[in-house]
Ligand binder design. Sequence first.
Ligand SMILES: [Zn+2]
Length: 269
Amino acid sequence: MSDKLVLMAIFAHPDDEAFGTGGMLAKYAHEGVEVHLVTATLGESGQLANPDLALTEPLHILREQELRCACAQYGITNLHLLGYMDGQTAVVRPSAAVYKLVKLMRQYRPQVIVTFGPEGIYGHFDHLVVHRWASAAFMVAADPERWPEAGEPHQVAKLYYRGLAQSQVDKMRETFGRDFVWMDGVPFPFMGYPDEQVTTKVDVREHVEAKLRGISCHASQLDPNLPYLHEDFDPLADAGFWEETFILAEQHLLMPLNFPETDLFAGLR
Ligand SMILES: [Zn+2]
């Protein structure tokens, strides 16, 4: 068994970590796990979701500040910015991006990686691209033949997708009256996994305050009508908020795992 537990979350935009993994990140950071957040872009193409906010600095600077604010709420000190342009990841040379991720994986040697699944939550193009980069890096990082100058090979034990269960998407439609995101004037529906495919449910009830504070940090992206921002929102009453769901996509463990898991490090401690 490993003595130091390390988790690396790999997402596309500042705020991608907040809604679906903010509680999990806070929980593991609080437990003493070394938590790394890798964010591929600075979200500079995002719209100001709150019309009452006046933009006093360039959006990429503001969004980096918001992301650093959120990390402080989760208790994360390891933030890695890949520096790509929001909305432009599809034209980045994949080998360059995968190389950066392989270097990070080999340097910090996480047992657990969390990233987007192939559906990208709602199919955002940057999410789909980051899914492919992270999946490729997961394989390459372990291959001693590949890029030996990028560090000692490292086999990540578990690769997870952050994914919504279909029942959560249904609940979202009932509660918020909407189950899609507008992008470029086109609706992108949230895509849920069949509930039985969700392998892992992490209870973050003890960390909902940190999660809410992390969400609040992303002020430029928050629609003022978002229920989470309302005074009467009870984070403990909404399982979609306090239970974060994941799909174990790959694993390299010798012992059998029991599903559904409640811990991303199940089998590792
Ligand atoms: Zn995103």
